[in-house]
Write a protein that binds this ligand. Sequence first.
Ligand SMILES: Nc1ncnc2c1ncn2[C@@H]1O[C@H](COP(=O)(O)OP(=O)(O)OP(=O)(O)O)[C@@H](O)[C@H]1O
Ligand SMILES: [Mg+2]
Length: 224
Amino acid sequence: MQIEVSGLHKSFLDGEGHQLHILRGLDFSLDTGSSASIVGASGTGKSTFLHILGTLDRGDTGNIYFEKMDLMKMKREESSSFRNRKIGFIFQFHQLLQDFNALENVMIPALILGDSHSTATERSKMLLDQVGLFDRMHHKPSQLSGGEQQRVAIARALTNAPKLLLADEPTGNLDEETSDQVMELLLKLNEENHISLVMITHNQKLAMLTNFKFRLENGVLHQE
Ligand SMILES: Nc1ncnc2c1ncn2[C@@H]1O[C@H](COP(=O)(O)OP(=O)(O)OP(=O)(O)O)[C@@H](O)[C@H]1O
Ligand SMILES: [Mg+2]
């Protein structure tokens, strides 16, 4: 297994100091190159789980192994380097940098990792081509449609050749046709490049398209 999560717990404090026990001993595993979707009511902890899986947040207790690496024991610097190299994030709102064009947005993660400008440029152009946006590379986010912006975000998530794509409602903000196209692209990347995919969605139809479907309820995942 590429990802093995067992007994994961996570609590938050609410505004009055009461403990909110969100994840309550959650188990999850995924093979390299597989895809999984997670559905569940608002506030059940789906994003919380995805953030912990991507080392953007920490679990309280439990075990998380990624390719045998123990994520719960990683130091802060280790986890940011791990995240840059292994994980691609895609969010509901693309979070592109508005002052930079599509090409620059896709290049930034590679430059952060220390790639040369020319290597980053070449790879980013290739990725924009792969998501069908070669002829839009010099557009800033405000000069792109919603679906195009989300495709730039997908290209950006792929810049450092991640092993795992984590997508938090990647189509939540798109019309049906565009969301089908974005989903098709994600599944193509998953299948052709063997990048594992974990996707949160409220769309039952899209949730059916992944290899496995889970529902988050009462702090644990149930396979459907
Ligand atoms: N930093 C935080 N501090 C306190 N409470 C938090 C924090 N982050 C999340 N929560 C709470 O944890 C619960 C789970 O949040 P989360 O964002 O994971 O839900 P979700 O399942 O992704 O919901 P949605 O479908 O609406 O996106 C929510 O009730 C939220 O208010
Ligand atoms: Mg969420």
